[in-house]
Design a protein around this ligand. Sequence first.
Ligand SMILES: [Fe+2]
Length: 165
Amino acid sequence: MPLGYYDDWVKAADEESKHFNLMCDCLENHGSFYGALPAHAGMWRAAEDTIDDFQGRLAVVPMVLEARGLDVTPGMIEIFRKAGDTKAVAALEVIYAEEVGHVAYGSKWFNYLCGREASDPKPVFHELVKKYFKGSLKPPFNEEKRAEAGLPPDFYWPLTDQGKN
Ligand SMILES: [Fe+2]
């Protein structure tokens, strides 16, 4: 892959480590700590499932799972804003802004790979998500931020329950 591919993911990893610390600080502000509460392991499971499929990982991790973060984070920000937790609001706003970039890296390099193989990105994306992601994608979608990150509606709508019918 071109050098820019590695630059993008090193930057994403650096930001993810910052996000982790922001979340740890939020938990500690409330007298808790990371690990005290149950959490899902969807991201890790997806990494394991796509261990031998580089393009499948781009489809599922940034373009499905991280894109889901763009859908749900505004609602989370609102909840913390109403609760008066300004530190959590500030942390989530940083995460929200930077996650758009991670989804964009995913679409950029996914499309790059499709171009290199002269394949049409949309059907390839649908096939890989069906193979590695269990279940349907769940609206409502943050169409604006998804578009900003290079994810067009015809990539994700056909993978919803509605779109499959
Ligand atoms: Fe991310």
